[in-house]
Design a protein around this ligand. Structure first.
Ligand code: 5GP
Length: 424
């Protein structure tokens, strides 16, 4: 990648201005590995390339999930340690999320057993200052010292939890426990004015603790290096082998499972309902295939379509719209071992009753009965998310936005009146 002037340097990376784009930087990961705030330092040839591979693969998943990040491109090739990122002003805070107790938490809280599960996950802040060994800060201190606004602190904490959740899911699919994680954020100029908070910096094998099968003895991360006072060449080779394994494993993070939703509609007149289901599924990055089939009039044809969808490579979840009766949902449910979500159209009849509410529907004719198209799509996406971290991430982000929409609405409702507050 063409690079302009050097604009900054960390312990394991160098930042360059992009030669043409003023709002982009090139991050070049270095071969150095450090611990104890830089007190111990070694060089592992190829580590920079492995750090860029790991970071870009992690960011690919987070970008695909819809999280605001600084990552644009690069690093994903086997031979590149360079990434293109959006320029932002870094907020000098390390945000640490802990799923289970380990590391410095245990030192600060000697009464707590290693591996204690945190629910909710713990978020801690450390002010970046090697000379003072990155002191722990409270949210109030960050605001008080004007390092970030209280709104920015809330966003950093929310994003850090979401990032942890999505990465923990990706690691869980490989039977690896994400123990804790350090992330950093920056402020970038928004189109049309103002600034926005972006996940920035690298996320590589230095940034987390990961324990295969939940067993600390099997750790794959930088802790191996931290634990050795004076590493020999063979120790460093061993560390490198773990970094190689991790870079290879994270290649699976954003790989799609090939899962899809098979929509079996009872009638062409269900089209507007199915369009809404498909639109929602698109927002979860879930592909669909739709068929019209009738349990009464074309049972052989309906069975053939179900068998075709069942026999595809990708996992299928069915949504049936069952326009006039519950027969189609019952038929599909009996014909397949895959999940079936019945989403009858409002106003249609279901077992002789007019459909007015999914709560009033008799169950037992599908894995699930969900009336509203948006909720049927969400239920299907959640099932496919089990083995697809992009879908999982989109579900997590959608639920986060749904929650913040409510809290924002409440904030507006209870906001103090505009102007001088005097009665007109
Ligand atoms: P602890 O506070 O227990 O030492 O670290 C918590 C988590 O943050 C661990 O996953 C650790 O790897 C990560 N972490 C802490 N400090 C740093 C740092 O200076 N750089 C990086 N890359 N990660 C850190």
């Amino acid at each position: 990648m063409n690079k302009g002037a050097e604009v900054g340097r960390g312990k394991t990376k160098v930042l360059y201005q992009h030669p043409e784009q003023a709002d982009s930087l090139v991050v070049v990961s270095q071969d150095s590995i450090t611990a104890g705030d830089g007190a111990k330092r070694n060089v592992i040839t190829g580590k920079g390339r492995l750090a860029a591979l790991t970071t870009s693969r992690v960011y690919r998943l987070l970008n695909d999930a819809g999280l605001p990040t600084h990552y644009i491109s690069g690093g994903e090739d086997e031979d590149s340690n360079e990434m293109l990122v959006r320029r932002c002003t870094m907020i000098p805070i390390e945000v640490v999320v802990r799923g289970v107790a380990a590391g410095s938490y245990l030192k600060r809280n000697p009464g707590v057993k290693s591996g204690t599960v945190f629910a909710p996950r713990l978020v801690e802040y450390f002010f970046k200052d090697d000379a003072r060994h990155d002191p722990q800060y409270t949210a109030e201190q960050i605001v008080e010292e004007k390092i970030a606004t209280s709104e920015e602190v809330v966003l950093m904490s929310d994003y850090a939890r979401l990032i942890f959740d999505i990465l923990a899911h990706a690691w869980r699919r490989q039977n690896v426990l994400l123990v804790d994680l350090k992330v950093e954020f920056g402020r970038a100029n928004k189109e049309g004015g103002g600034t926005e908070i972006l996940l920035a910096d690298v996320i590589d094998n230095d940034s987390w603790r990961i324990w295969p099968a939940g067993d600390q003895a099997l750790m794959l991360d930088k802790q191996i290096y931290r634990n050795i006072a004076t590493p020999s060449t063979s120790d460093l080779d061993n560390v490198k082998a773990k970094y190689e394994e991790v870079a290879e494993r994270v290649a699976a993070f954003a790989k799609r499972s090939g899962g899809f939703v098979g929509i079996i509609m009872g009638s062409r007149s269900d089209t507007p309902h199915v369009d809404r289901i498909e639109e929602e599924l698109r927002s979860f990055a879930v592909p669909t295939r739709r068929h019209i089939a009738s349990a009464h009039k074309t049972p052989v044809f309906a069975l053939k379509k179900i068998q075709q969808l069942d026999n595809m490579l990708g996992r299928v979840v069915y949504i049936t719209t069952a326009g006039r009766s519950n027969a189609l949902s019952a038929f599909v449910d009996a014909a397949t071992a895959n999940p079936v979500i019945a989403s009858p159209v409002l106003g249609s009849t279901w077992g002789g009753m007019e459909v007015v509410s999914s709560l009033a529907l008799p169950g037992g004719v599908a894995s699930m009965v969900v009336l509203e198209p948006e909720n049927a799509a969400l239920a299907a996406a959640k099932i496919l998310a089990v083995d697809d971290s992009v879908v999982y991430g989109r579900v997590v982000m959608t639920q986060y936005r749904n929650r913040t929409n409510i809290t924002e609405a409440d904030k507006r409702l209870n906001a103090p009146p505009q102007g001088n507050g005097k009665a007109q």
